[in-house]
Structures are given as structure tokens and as C-alpha cells.
Design a protein around this ligand. Sequence first.
Ligand code: NAP
Length: 252
Amino acid sequence: MTDKVIIVTGGSRGIGAATAILAAKAGYAVVVNYAANAEAAAAVVAEIEATGGRAVAVAGDVGVEADVMAIFAAADRLGTLAVLVNNAGVVDLPSSVADMSEARLERMFRINVIGSFLCAREAINRMALSKGGKGGAIVNLTSAAAKLGGPGQFVDYAASKGAIDTFTVGLAKEVVGEGIRVTAVRPGIIETDIHVSGGTPDRVAEMTPNLPMKRPGTAEEVAKAILWLASPEASYSTGAILDVSGGRAILP
Ligand code: NAP
């Protein structure tokens, strides 16, 4: 049993996978949650174990309460939960709001928003000083889309990330006395599979000339920010949202 357990939701690919691997290097025992891609999750676990780290892959949809309970039960078997990274998130095919179905909206908000709430609830119940916990850190994943709005393409996704911004600030205030810091990372355009699953495989290439740094970010660059916010190095940061966007949605 270790007192340094981290849960990374959506840890099988992209930003989550980079975070899981970096977390293991920092000495965390890692719960690598995934939705469906068992092979990708197993590859992350294998990479961690190959360098002497400790990790378990746990299937589960963060939008389903029973699955969330199973993810946290897996963490309990490793030791004391120190960090939750609410990373799992989805986009959908480009659409105007006028054409969005109820099913699409329910999926978007269930995974991106309710999933983050359910995972935070379970983390708080383990970390809170008043519940016998040792404190901890929760890092949420928002998006530059929360500032930009995603018109004509994914206002639903952008709004779900706007909810995460507010969730981060509100929860930080709510649990500051419980030894729990709550922060968020706000990525810009990052090279991951999410653009393929959102039906825009060329999005990164098309956006690149318009990005302030003329390049997309990498999953590792976002992971480093997540791990810093999770670490004792960030001991005086709570309620903070750190832009990792190469200046997107910040610079003119
Ligand atoms: P990604 O490459 O598409 O990977 C998504 C990960 O989330 C996968 O591990 C996937 O598991 C998992 N996942 C999907 N739905 C899930 C669910 N219901 N329950 C549990 N896990 C689930 O995504 P990414 O680009 O790394 O994005 C990670 C986070 O950063 C998201 O919250 C996203 O909104 C945010 N973000 C990304 C960008 C960007 O440009 N990439 C920009 C801003 C914000 P499987 O492998 O099993 O499918």
C-alpha cells in the first residue's frame, strides 16, 4: 500500500496517457481508467511497469455511477488516494446548436460534467480531513473552447468546459478547509485522437497557421502542467486555472 495513489480518468490515450506515464515517474501508483480501448490502457500500464512503476488499468464510464465506484475501489486497493485527474472528456461531430439532439447533449454533459462531479465526490470522501483523510489535489481538464464558445461546431462541448471552469472555482472554495486543492488546466489545440473522434481529423493541421506559436501543443506539455498543479510544488494554488494553449484564447 502506498500513500501516493493517482487516478487519471481517460488515462489510456492522449493527455491522460501522458499524465499517467509522467505520474508514475513522479512515484505515484496509477489507476489508468479507460472507456473502451483496453489495448491502449494495457500499453500505458506496460510502459509504466517497464520502468519499475505501478499501475492498473480499470475500465469504466465516468458518466455511470457504478463504474465510478469501481474505479475508486481499484484505487483503494493500491493505497491512499492523493490525486484525482478529471481528464476523461469527449467531443462530438461538428454541428450547429439548432441541429443538436437531446441524446447528444445528454452524452456530452454526462461524461464531461457529471462524470467530473461524480469522480470529485468520491475523491473528496476519501481525501477530506474531516472524514479522516489526508487531503489531496483534484485537477480538472477544461478547454480554451470554454472561452471561445465553439460556434457552428461544438457549442455543447465548449459549454461543458465552461461548466468545468465554474466547478473548479466553486469546489475549490467548498473544500479549501478540507486540505484539498482544486485546480484546472486549460489546453488549447493539442495533438491527440480527440480531433479524429470529433470528426475533424485535419483540425490540428488546419488550425496550426493561425495559432500564436504556429504549432499545436503536445500531450506531454499538458501533462507536465497537470502534474505540477497536483504536486506539493503548487501548495499555494487552488481555484486556479492554468492555460496551456500556446497563447490561444489569450493573445490577440
Ligand atoms: P482523447 O485523445 O480523445 O482521449 C480520451 C480519453 O478519454 C481516452 O483515454 C478515452 O478512453 C477516455 N474516455 C472517453 N470517454 C470516457 C468515459 N465516458 N469514461 C472514461 N474515459 C473516457 O482526448 P484528449 O485530447 O487527450 O483530451 C483529454 C482531455 O483534455 C479532455 O477532457 C478534453 O476535453 C481536454 N482537452 C483536449 C484538447 C485537445 O486539443 N486535445 C484541448 C482542450 C481540452 P478510450 O481509450 O477507452 O476511448
